[in-house]
Design a protein around this ligand. Structure first.
Ligand code: ADP
Length: 244
């Protein structure tokens, strides 16, 4: 489903991604872990092309984009539609209700009819357990509920891949579980997912593969039980010792 080859990203003279290669099969869940500053967020933002990679190729399904050549903004917007992104800080529109937030993308980007977009938004909001909160504004919702609106909003664009950038990091501890549950349900239903998170329980329970990143490179990858109980690289062992 996803194939990434030789992906690099520099901000001026700072090389943040130093050549990432990764394949993710359809329906698989990959969890990306690693120390702060290792490039995890930048990696995910490059897959969504919120950051333009400096070099490398990304393909999702049938579509490929090659950053060694000039890419047009049309190519970028069509490629971006293949992925749905969920951010740490939810990024909901504060002046719109939950359902309006979820309808916004389908109506403005995909030019869907309002009626159809509303029906779909109701479906996805129900799916994340917010059937009774559709007319609420973000300030009337808890952080966990806002993040679930964020997930419904990404799903409403019907992406092939869902990207989660530390989706529970901004939440009070008691609200983390409800968001992780929605993510686990999505994984069980066969959604292809890339998740940057510090929630090692989620990685253990939901990941098909765990990727350990440090200094802009993938240092080690494997099944969660391999990475957590028998990490091969010293960097991985160090990191896991620090967080346990
Ligand atoms: P992580 O998610 O693993 O904490 P990030 O991808 O956020 O790592 O950051 C990796 C490095 O890239 C950091 O040194 C950070 O300061 C730098 N960086 C990230 N975004 C930008 C940006 N827009 N401009 C300049 N430097 C950036």
């Amino acid at each position: 489903m996803i194939s990434i080859k030789g992906l690099t990203k520099s901000f001026d003279s700072l090389e943040v991604l130093k050549g990432i290669d990764l394949e993710v099969g359809k329906g698989k869940v990959v969890v990306v872990i690693g120390p702060s500053g290792s490039g995890k967020t930048t990696f995910l933002r490059c897959v969504n092309i919120l950051e333009t990679p400096t070099d490398g190729k990304i393909s999702i399904g049938e579509q490929e984009i090659d950053f060694s050549r000039k890419v047009s903004s049309r190519q970028i917007s069509s490629f971006r539609r293949l992925t749905g992104m969920v951010f740490q800080s939810y990024n909901l529109f504060p002046h719109m209700t939950a359902i309006e937030n979820v309808m916004e993308g389908p109506v403005t980007v995909k030019k869907e009819a309002k009626q159809k977009a509303a029906e779909k938004a109701e479906y996805f909001l129900s799916k994340v357990g917010l059937a009774d909160k559709m007319k609420h504004y973000p300030f009337q919702l808890s952080g966990g509920q806002q993040q679930r609106v964020g997930i419904a909003r990404a799903l409403a664009m019907e992406p092939q891949v869902m990207l989660f950038d530390e989706p529970t990091s901004a939440l009070d501890p008691e609200l983390v579980g409800e968001v992780l549950k929605v993510m686990k349900d999505l994984a069980t239903e066969g959604m292809t997912m890339m998740v940057v998170t510090h929630e090692m329980r989620f990685a253990e329970e939901a990941a098909d593969e765990v990727i350990f990143m440090a200094d802009g490179l993938i240092i080690e990858r494997g099944k969660p039980e391999e990475i957590f109980s028998q990490p091969k690289a010293e960097r991985t062992r160090q990191f896991l010792r620090l967080i346990q």
